[in-house]
Write a protein that binds this ligand. Structure first.
Ligand SMILES: Nc1ncnc2c1ncn2[C@@H]1O[C@H](COP(=O)(O)OP(=O)(O)OP(=O)(O)O)[C@@H](O)[C@H]1O
Ligand SMILES: [Mg+2]
Length: 267
């Protein structure tokens, strides 16, 4: 499943409406806002997700925070149409997620999933998958690599890249497709400070350019640096959503205050 994801293609096992094999390339309808209503997941007597109402729209960067197991990845996967909730609905601009619009959606995971081919070719492949012709794909791939500061690595095999380079390449590939919205699930968790900043710069530039970003982070300093909105989850619920400064300076909930103070939250 992750293979298809990294190419901008909807995975085969995705609970998503299939509107035809070639429809991907016709996906010109915007997918924002993404809305979730009554999202509920329960396993072995435990509520993993219970989110009544969520909307991802407009512009800017939302950072999703919360302790391990809070339901952050689960919620993003459901909003991305990659997992089905037990109950509830996800709509992309008013209609259920469908294959044809998947090219308007970007996702970068904690550990990059790359093709065993040169860096440039990884990006070209994704661009071809969403319908660009050969020449256009090559030009865009070169520009994306340059924006990521990776021109020198264009012909290096993805297999030999360092962790930080792999993550930058995965992000460059996701950005090259120019999605309406980009979800990043802990994209910098195993990177050194310089690589973290490189990724943050790319995310910020994309956000400033109008791309809607939702990023999961454990590093609260990073959350503060890149976001204009914080959403905190705990025990499968959204505890608080607030502009970044307000969240950190005057959290409304006891859980958020404790979390910011570095206290362990009891489930
Ligand atoms: N398919 C599943 N079956 C059973 N439990 C699951 C399943 N998927 C997720 N969970 C559980 O749901 C909870 C939320 O998981 P999730 O991965 O969303 O947490 P998270 O907030 O992303 O945590 P982390 O910060 O550790 O990545 C966890 O307790 C996890 O064990
Ligand atoms: Mg997670």
């Amino acid at each position: 499943m992750r293979w298809s994801l990294c190419l901008g293609l909807p995975p085969k096992d995705m609970p998503m409406h299939d509107d035809g094999p070639s429809a991907l390339q016709t996906g010109t309808t915007p997918i924002l806002p993404i809305t979730g209503k009554g999202l509920f997941v329960r396993r072995k007597g435990r509520d993993l997700l219970d989110v009544q109402d969520i909307t991802i729209g407009g512009r800017g960067t939302t950072v999703l925070v919360g302790p391990n197991g809070a339901g952050k990845s689960l919620m993003l996967n459901i909003l991305a149409g990659l997992k089905a909730p037990d109950r509830g609905t996800v709509l992309w601009n008013g209609v259920p997620p469908s294959r044809s619009r998947y090219c308007r959606f970007g996702m970068v995971l904690q550990s990059a999933v790359l093709l065993r081919r040169p860096a440039l070719s990884n990006i070209e492949y994704a661009l071809r998958a969403v319908g660009h012709d050969k020449v256009e794909a090559r030009n865009r791939a070169h520009r994306a690599l340059a924006d990521a500061g990776m021109t020198k690595l264009a012909s290096a095999s993805a297999r030999v890249l360092s962790g930080g380079e792999r993550q930058r390449l995965a992000l460059a590939r996701a950005l090259a497709v120019q999605p309406d919205v980009l979800f990043l699930d802990e994209p910098t968790s195993s990177l050194d400070p310089a690589s973290v900043l490189a990724i943050e710069r790319m995310v910020k530039a994309a956000s400033d350019g109008g791309m809607r970003i939702v990023l999961i982070a454990h590093d609260l300093a990073q959350a503060r640096r890149v976001s204009n909105e914080i959403m905190m989850m705990h025990n499968g619920r959204i505890i608080e959503t607030a502009p970044t400064d307000r969240f950190f300076d005057a959290p409304k909930s006891a859980e958020a205050a404790a979390f910011i103070a570095g206290k362990i939250l009891i489930s």
